[in-house]
Design a protein around this ligand. Structure first.
Ligand code: KIV
Length: 269
Protein backbone atom coordinates (compact mmCIF):
# COMPACT_ATOMS: atom_id res chain seq x y z
CA UNK A 1 0.00 0.00 0.00
CA UNK A 2 1.25 3.48 -0.85
CA UNK A 3 1.68 5.78 2.16
CA UNK A 4 2.83 9.32 2.74
CA UNK A 5 6.11 7.84 4.02
CA UNK A 6 6.62 5.61 0.98
CA UNK A 7 6.04 8.60 -1.31
CA UNK A 8 8.61 10.65 0.64
CA UNK A 9 11.06 7.77 0.40
CA UNK A 10 10.79 7.75 -3.41
CA UNK A 11 12.38 11.24 -3.68
CA UNK A 12 15.44 10.98 -5.89
CA UNK A 13 15.05 7.23 -6.46
CA UNK A 14 11.95 5.80 -8.20
CA UNK A 15 9.60 7.97 -10.36
CA UNK A 16 6.27 8.76 -8.68
CA UNK A 17 3.11 8.43 -10.79
CA UNK A 18 0.00 10.48 -10.04
CA UNK A 19 -3.29 10.91 -11.94
CA UNK A 20 -6.56 12.58 -11.11
CA UNK A 21 -9.85 10.70 -10.69
CA UNK A 22 -13.26 12.04 -9.71
CA UNK A 23 -15.40 8.89 -9.55
CA UNK A 24 -15.22 5.29 -8.38
CA UNK A 25 -14.91 3.49 -11.76
CA UNK A 26 -12.05 5.72 -12.92
CA UNK A 27 -10.31 5.48 -9.55
CA UNK A 28 -10.58 1.68 -9.79
CA UNK A 29 -8.82 1.69 -13.18
CA UNK A 30 -6.11 4.09 -11.97
CA UNK A 31 -5.51 2.08 -8.80
CA UNK A 32 -5.44 -1.28 -10.66
CA UNK A 33 -2.87 0.17 -13.06
CA UNK A 34 -0.50 0.69 -10.13
CA UNK A 35 -0.50 4.50 -10.13
CA UNK A 36 0.98 5.69 -6.81
CA UNK A 37 -1.32 8.64 -6.06
CA UNK A 38 -4.93 9.37 -7.03
CA UNK A 39 -5.57 13.09 -6.83
CA UNK A 40 -9.21 14.13 -6.48
CA UNK A 41 -8.32 17.40 -8.15
CA UNK A 42 -10.41 20.53 -8.15
CA UNK A 43 -9.86 20.19 -11.92
CA UNK A 44 -13.18 18.31 -11.52
CA UNK A 45 -14.58 21.84 -12.05
CA UNK A 46 -13.37 21.87 -15.67
CA UNK A 47 -13.90 18.14 -16.26
CA UNK A 48 -16.60 16.20 -14.40
CA UNK A 49 -18.65 19.22 -13.32
CA UNK A 50 -18.57 21.18 -16.60
CA UNK A 51 -17.58 24.63 -15.27
CA UNK A 52 -15.19 27.03 -17.04
CA UNK A 53 -12.73 27.07 -14.14
CA UNK A 54 -12.08 25.47 -10.76
CA UNK A 55 -13.47 28.43 -8.81
CA UNK A 56 -17.07 27.18 -8.32
CA UNK A 57 -15.96 23.81 -6.86
CA UNK A 58 -17.12 23.41 -3.24
CA UNK A 59 -15.88 21.52 -0.19
CA UNK A 60 -18.96 19.25 -0.58
CA UNK A 61 -18.05 18.50 -4.22
CA UNK A 62 -14.52 17.46 -3.26
CA UNK A 63 -15.65 15.53 -0.17
CA UNK A 64 -18.28 13.46 -2.01
CA UNK A 65 -15.98 12.75 -4.98
CA UNK A 66 -13.09 11.88 -2.64
CA UNK A 67 -15.30 9.43 -0.74
CA UNK A 68 -16.27 7.73 -4.04
CA UNK A 69 -12.62 7.53 -5.12
CA UNK A 70 -11.49 6.20 -1.72
CA UNK A 71 -14.15 3.44 -1.83
CA UNK A 72 -12.71 2.20 -5.14
CA UNK A 73 -9.02 2.50 -4.24
CA UNK A 74 -7.13 -0.31 -2.49
CA UNK A 75 -3.47 0.62 -2.85
CA UNK A 76 -2.93 4.16 -4.12
CA UNK A 77 -2.65 7.19 -1.85
CA UNK A 78 -5.85 9.28 -2.11
CA UNK A 79 -5.27 13.05 -2.00
CA UNK A 80 -8.16 15.53 -1.75
CA UNK A 81 -7.58 18.88 -3.43
CA UNK A 82 -8.82 21.79 -1.29
CA UNK A 83 -11.04 24.04 -3.43
CA UNK A 84 -10.95 27.83 -3.83
CA UNK A 85 -11.34 29.70 -0.50
CA UNK A 86 -11.78 26.52 1.52
CA UNK A 87 -8.43 27.32 3.14
CA UNK A 88 -6.81 30.61 3.98
CA UNK A 89 -9.86 32.58 5.13
CA UNK A 90 -9.13 31.77 8.78
CA UNK A 91 -7.26 29.01 10.53
CA UNK A 92 -10.22 27.31 12.21
CA UNK A 93 -12.27 26.89 9.04
CA UNK A 94 -9.17 25.86 7.04
CA UNK A 95 -8.37 23.11 9.55
CA UNK A 96 -12.01 22.02 9.69
CA UNK A 97 -12.32 21.77 5.88
CA UNK A 98 -9.05 19.83 5.54
CA UNK A 99 -9.93 17.59 8.48
CA UNK A 100 -13.28 16.70 6.87
CA UNK A 101 -11.43 15.15 3.93
CA UNK A 102 -9.73 12.65 6.26
CA UNK A 103 -12.58 12.17 8.75
CA UNK A 104 -15.55 11.95 6.36
CA UNK A 105 -14.16 11.25 2.90
CA UNK A 106 -11.36 8.83 3.83
CA UNK A 107 -8.61 10.81 2.06
CA UNK A 108 -5.01 10.07 3.05
CA UNK A 109 -3.83 13.66 2.56
CA UNK A 110 -4.89 17.07 1.27
CA UNK A 111 -3.36 19.25 -1.43
CA UNK A 112 -3.21 23.03 -1.01
CA UNK A 113 -2.61 25.59 -3.75
CA UNK A 114 0.11 27.47 -1.94
CA UNK A 115 1.45 30.95 -1.36
CA UNK A 116 2.96 32.79 1.58
CA UNK A 117 -0.38 32.36 3.42
CA UNK A 118 -0.16 28.53 3.52
CA UNK A 119 3.23 28.08 5.25
CA UNK A 120 1.89 28.36 8.81
CA UNK A 121 -1.26 26.46 7.89
CA UNK A 122 0.85 23.59 6.52
CA UNK A 123 2.78 23.44 9.78
CA UNK A 124 -0.43 23.42 11.82
CA UNK A 125 -2.14 20.75 9.69
CA UNK A 126 0.90 18.48 9.78
CA UNK A 127 1.15 18.88 13.57
CA UNK A 128 -2.52 17.90 13.80
CA UNK A 129 -1.96 14.78 11.68
CA UNK A 130 -3.21 16.00 8.29
CA UNK A 131 -0.55 15.24 5.64
CA UNK A 132 -0.12 18.11 3.17
CA UNK A 133 0.88 18.05 -0.50
CA UNK A 134 1.89 21.60 -1.51
CA UNK A 135 1.26 23.04 -5.00
CA UNK A 136 3.28 25.94 -6.51
CA UNK A 137 3.86 27.50 -9.92
CA UNK A 138 0.63 27.83 -11.88
CA UNK A 139 -2.13 27.62 -9.28
CA UNK A 140 -5.39 27.71 -11.28
CA UNK A 141 -7.40 29.09 -8.34
CA UNK A 142 -5.55 32.41 -9.00
CA UNK A 143 -6.74 32.48 -12.64
CA UNK A 144 -8.35 35.92 -12.20
CA UNK A 145 -5.00 37.30 -11.05
CA UNK A 146 -2.43 35.44 -13.17
CA UNK A 147 -4.30 33.57 -15.93
CA UNK A 148 -3.19 30.09 -17.03
CA UNK A 149 0.26 31.01 -18.38
CA UNK A 150 3.64 29.58 -17.40
CA UNK A 151 4.90 30.86 -14.02
CA UNK A 152 8.38 31.53 -12.66
CA UNK A 153 9.70 32.83 -15.95
CA UNK A 154 11.65 35.80 -14.54
CA UNK A 155 14.30 35.68 -11.82
CA UNK A 156 12.12 37.28 -9.10
CA UNK A 157 9.16 34.95 -9.68
CA UNK A 158 11.43 31.92 -9.94
CA UNK A 159 13.19 32.89 -6.69
CA UNK A 160 9.80 33.29 -4.96
CA UNK A 161 8.75 29.78 -6.06
CA UNK A 162 12.06 28.32 -4.83
CA UNK A 163 11.75 30.13 -1.47
CA UNK A 164 8.12 29.00 -1.02
CA UNK A 165 9.07 25.43 -1.93
CA UNK A 166 11.73 25.44 0.82
CA UNK A 167 9.32 27.04 3.30
CA UNK A 168 6.62 24.41 2.67
CA UNK A 169 9.13 21.55 2.86
CA UNK A 170 10.36 22.93 6.19
CA UNK A 171 6.75 23.34 7.36
CA UNK A 172 6.29 19.59 6.89
CA UNK A 173 4.63 19.10 3.48
CA UNK A 174 5.35 15.54 2.27
CA UNK A 175 5.50 16.42 -1.44
CA UNK A 176 5.20 19.36 -3.81
CA UNK A 177 3.34 19.71 -7.12
CA UNK A 178 5.06 22.09 -9.53
CA UNK A 179 2.74 23.20 -12.33
CA UNK A 180 3.69 24.89 -15.63
CA UNK A 181 7.11 26.27 -14.69
CA UNK A 182 10.39 26.22 -16.64
CA UNK A 183 12.16 22.84 -16.48
CA UNK A 184 15.37 24.43 -15.20
CA UNK A 185 13.48 26.01 -12.28
CA UNK A 186 11.78 22.68 -11.44
CA UNK A 187 15.20 20.98 -11.49
CA UNK A 188 16.64 23.50 -9.02
CA UNK A 189 13.60 23.19 -6.72
CA UNK A 190 13.88 19.39 -6.85
CA UNK A 191 17.55 19.57 -5.89
CA UNK A 192 16.95 22.12 -3.14
CA UNK A 193 14.31 20.29 -1.08
CA UNK A 194 14.23 16.85 0.49
CA UNK A 195 10.59 16.09 -0.31
CA UNK A 196 9.57 14.77 -3.76
CA UNK A 197 8.45 17.17 -6.47
CA UNK A 198 5.66 16.05 -8.81
CA UNK A 199 5.61 17.98 -12.06
CA UNK A 200 2.90 18.91 -14.53
CA UNK A 201 4.36 20.97 -17.35
CA UNK A 202 7.57 21.23 -15.32
CA UNK A 203 10.01 19.14 -17.35
CA UNK A 204 11.62 15.75 -16.77
CA UNK A 205 13.65 16.41 -13.61
CA UNK A 206 10.88 16.25 -11.01
CA UNK A 207 10.62 13.15 -8.81
CA UNK A 208 7.22 12.32 -10.34
CA UNK A 209 4.62 13.37 -12.88
CA UNK A 210 0.90 14.13 -12.70
CA UNK A 211 -1.73 14.70 -15.40
CA UNK A 212 -5.48 15.14 -15.50
CA UNK A 213 -6.99 11.74 -16.33
CA UNK A 214 -9.41 13.17 -18.92
CA UNK A 215 -6.43 14.49 -20.90
CA UNK A 216 -4.62 11.15 -20.67
CA UNK A 217 -7.55 8.99 -21.85
CA UNK A 218 -8.84 11.42 -24.48
CA UNK A 219 -12.01 12.73 -22.83
CA UNK A 220 -11.05 16.46 -22.88
CA UNK A 221 -12.14 18.92 -25.56
CA UNK A 222 -9.03 21.04 -24.93
CA UNK A 223 -5.75 19.80 -23.46
CA UNK A 224 -2.94 21.98 -22.09
CA UNK A 225 0.25 22.13 -24.21
CA UNK A 226 2.19 20.02 -21.70
CA UNK A 227 -0.29 17.08 -21.64
CA UNK A 228 -0.30 14.05 -23.94
CA UNK A 229 -3.32 11.98 -24.90
CA UNK A 230 -2.47 8.29 -24.40
CA UNK A 231 -5.84 6.87 -25.51
CA UNK A 232 -9.16 7.76 -27.20
CA UNK A 233 -11.93 6.82 -24.79
CA UNK A 234 -14.24 9.53 -26.12
CA UNK A 235 -14.47 8.03 -29.61
CA UNK A 236 -15.04 4.56 -28.08
CA UNK A 237 -17.93 6.03 -26.03
CA UNK A 238 -19.33 7.77 -29.10
CA UNK A 239 -19.26 4.47 -31.00
CA UNK A 240 -21.00 2.58 -28.17
CA UNK A 241 -23.68 5.25 -27.64
CA UNK A 242 -24.34 5.48 -31.39
CA UNK A 243 -24.62 1.68 -31.67
CA UNK A 244 -27.13 1.61 -28.79
CA UNK A 245 -29.24 4.36 -30.40
CA UNK A 246 -29.20 2.51 -33.75
CA UNK A 247 -30.19 -0.81 -32.12
CA UNK A 248 -33.16 0.74 -30.28
CA UNK A 249 -34.31 2.64 -33.35
CA UNK A 250 -34.05 -0.53 -35.48
CA UNK A 251 -36.05 -2.57 -32.94
CA UNK A 252 -33.02 -4.83 -32.35
CA UNK A 253 -32.65 -4.02 -28.64
CA UNK A 254 -33.91 -5.43 -26.35
CA UNK A 255 -33.74 -8.89 -27.99
CA UNK A 256 -35.37 -12.07 -26.64
CA UNK A 257 -32.38 -12.78 -24.37
CA UNK A 258 -32.86 -9.39 -22.62
CA UNK A 259 -36.56 -9.98 -21.88
CA UNK A 260 -38.47 -12.17 -19.45
CA UNK A 261 -42.01 -13.49 -19.94
CA UNK A 262 -43.83 -14.54 -16.73
CA UNK A 263 -46.31 -17.44 -16.94
CA UNK A 264 -49.97 -16.73 -16.08
CA UNK A 265 -49.75 -13.00 -16.76
CA UNK A 266 -51.68 -12.99 -20.03
CA UNK A 267 -55.09 -11.40 -20.33
CA UNK A 268 -54.99 -9.19 -17.24
CA UNK A 269 -57.94 -6.84 -16.98
O1 KIV B 1 -6.75 19.92 -9.77
C1 KIV B 1 -5.86 19.25 -10.32
O2 KIV B 1 -6.13 18.32 -11.07
C2 KIV B 1 -4.48 19.61 -10.05
C3 KIV B 1 -3.42 18.91 -10.84
C4 KIV B 1 -3.42 19.40 -12.22
C5 KIV B 1 -2.08 18.99 -10.20
O3 KIV B 1 -4.23 20.43 -9.24
Amino acid sequence: MVTVRSIRAKAGSEPITMLTAYDAPTAGVVDEAGIDIVLVGDSMGNTALGYDSTLPVTVEDVASRTAAVARATDDALVVADMPFLSVGVDEASSVEHCGRMLKEADADAVKLECGPHTVELTERLVRLGVPVMAHLGLTPQRVKEVGYGRQGTDRDDAQEILDLAKAHAEAGAFSLVLEHVPANLAKQVTEAIDIPTIGIGAGPDCDGQVLVVDDVVGMSDRTPPFATQFGDVKSEMEKAVGAYRDAVEAGEFPADEHSHVEDDLDELY
